[in-house]
Every structure is written in structure tokens, then in C-alpha cells.
Design a protein around this ligand. Sequence first.
Ligand code: UD1
Length: 361
Amino acid sequence: MIGILVGTRPEIIKVAPVIRELDARKHRYILIHSNQHYSKSMDEDILNDLKIKNPDYNLRVGSASHAVQTGSIMEKLEPICQKEKISLLLVHGDTNTTLAGALTAKKLHISVGHIEAGLRSFDYQMPEEINRILVDRISDILLAPTATAQANLKKEGLTKNVYVTGNTVVDALKQHIVLSKNSNILKKAELEEGEYILVTAHRAESVDSELRLLRLISLLEHAGDKTKKKIAWVLHPRTKARLTSFNLLKKVSNSSFTILNPIGYIDMLHLMNKAFMILTDSGGVQEEAYILQKPLCTLRSSTERPETLSANRIIDLDAQAFDTALSDIKDRKYSWSDAFGFGSAATSIVDALENYMEQNL
Ligand code: UD1
């Protein structure tokens, strides 16, 4: 039996095309949700948008420290793997759910398939980087989205059962972009096409320090002044919690900011597609912006998505670097390619899984 483990909003979005492909080929599988993300907007609304069936198991772990969250997922997942006789567990990306799933499975001698294997930021302060390295090291099937990811794996000596599949983010986007045309999010948020800069920032290293949050707000004010565009900031729950606890919400409650609570996937696609440009610290949004050919700046000092660099400037929180990026956009120095594939990643992934299962299980 195949097990599929998801836990956070991006995992649900990017695993959905694989679930559809498994359904199309009539494979049996058990869908397990750790519920690392549990707020309606991060969980139920996304499942509904993507028309994914209710998970067979919900571990209801919620938020906690890294150790508690990871440990709690492992403890609850183990008996399910045993009861359902799971022989192959699929995990995705770099979250605590991903690490907990891979560790639990391996210790039960269950094969692990890692979707989005081989990404590296080389920033060991990021919890996600630790998760990626550990999960790749113990996975049996490494589903690398790009040749760059495959090369990273090779440098670490990982060459067995590595498949370059494309990224399922393209599949998901292609499957849903048409629906996004009916979104009324611009009207609801009082935004006009091309007249706003879309912002997302949620990583612990971006928002957990008051000083960095203040610097981020200054950069956004600068970007708004310089471009004369509105700043449309979609707040992740972590960011909202930090802005509230540092008493900074009032600093962004003025006419140049439009603050939005987390929105569904379809509305988010629309908001990205109609933005003047995008500023983000998210990996998934970097990919989506690139696929939608939107000028992009990353609010970090590194990226694990170097494929985006022809149209992505790594500006951290530096106003001067933002200005240089803006000149590059005006001078048409941004360019895009099909680095993440053509929307057939799920087909390649399921082909690889079938091949592995035929030979090993
Ligand atoms: C997690 C992943 C990150 C991924 C992100 C996508 C890890 C280490 N990090 O980060 O890689 O990019 O998901 O969004 O696994 N919260 C809610 N409701 C929710 C979820 C979170 O209110 O549904 C708030 C809580 O205050 C919580 C905080 O956000 O403490 C952080 O949540 P957590 O799941 O620990 O990590 P994310 O920041 O979401």
C-alpha cells in the first residue's frame, strides 16, 4: 500500500497533482495529514480549492516546537503505517512533517519516496535545509524537480533511484489558472491589476525577530514610495502573530498597505498573476512567480531555487538592491525559461514510483 503524507499548505498544493495521477491510474493509497497547518485558511480551504478528498487519517498535531511537532507526528504515524501495511511512503519538500514521515517510515523498513528532492540553500540556519538534507539521505526514491537538484544530490553521493521529474507546482498551476480568472479577490481587496506589489513573508528567520520585521516594513515602505504602487501583503499566521506580539500591526495600517489574511489557492494565483511584481521569502511563491513570468525579488540572502535567478533578484532586506532590481525590470533584464518543466511532473513521478515498486516491492 502507498502512503502519502502531507501537513502544510504548500505540500497539499504540490502533492495534489500526484494524487490525481494515482487516481487516474487506479492505484490504492492512504492519504495522511499531519495537520501541521490547521487554520481553516491554511488547510480546509486549500483542500476544498483543490478538490482533494478528505484525508484518511488526520494526526492533528498543530503548532509546537520543532522537537514536539516532529516527535508527535512520528508517534502518531507509526501505528498507521503498521495497521495499513504501508510499503512506500511519499513525502514532499522540507517541512517538519516531511522529516517526521521519512524517519518513521525508514525505521519500519518502509521505502520512502521524496518529491522535490535535491533542493539546497546551503543556509544551515534554516530548519528546512536540515530537513531536506536528512530526508534525501534516507530516501529510497529521489524525485528531483530539476537537473540542478539532481546535481546537488550527486555531489552528496546520491545517485541511486534519482529521477528528474519537473516540479508539480507547474502541474498545479496549469490545472488551476483558468479557474483563477473567476476570482474576485482584486475587487474584494480594492486592488487594481498592475498597481500593487504582492508580498509574502513567513519564514522564521524573516519574521521571528522584531528588528528584522522592522527592517522588512521599512523596505516595503521604500518599495511603495519608489514605484508608487500599493503594497498588498498576504499575512501568514506566523507573521500575523509576530506583528501582533511586537505591536507592529499599526505600522502597516495605512493607505499604502493592503493587509490580507491568508487566502485560498485560486485567489492567490489570481493575485500573483495580476501583480506588478512580487516580493517573497517563500520557496513555492518564487516558483509560481517564475512560472507566471512575474518580476520577483527574494527577501532572503539565499535561494534553494537557483533556476529562478534569471528573473529573481536576491535582495534580502536591502533597499539599494531593490532599486537595482527595479532598474533591471525596466531595462528588460529579467528573462524566463521552462526550468521547472511543462506540467507533466506528476506523470513522471508516478512512472518512477511504478518502476521502483515493480523492481523492489
Ligand atoms: C511551515 C514549514 C515551512 C513552510 C511553511 C509553509 C517547517 C519547519 N516549516 O512553516 O517550510 O514553508 O510551513 O507555510 O515545517 N500557524 C497558524 N495556523 C496554521 C499554521 C501555523 O496559526 O495553520 C501559526 C502558529 O502561530 C505557528 C506558526 O504559524 O506557531 C508557525 O507554524 P509552523 O507550522 O511551525 O511553521 P510555518 O511557519 O507554517
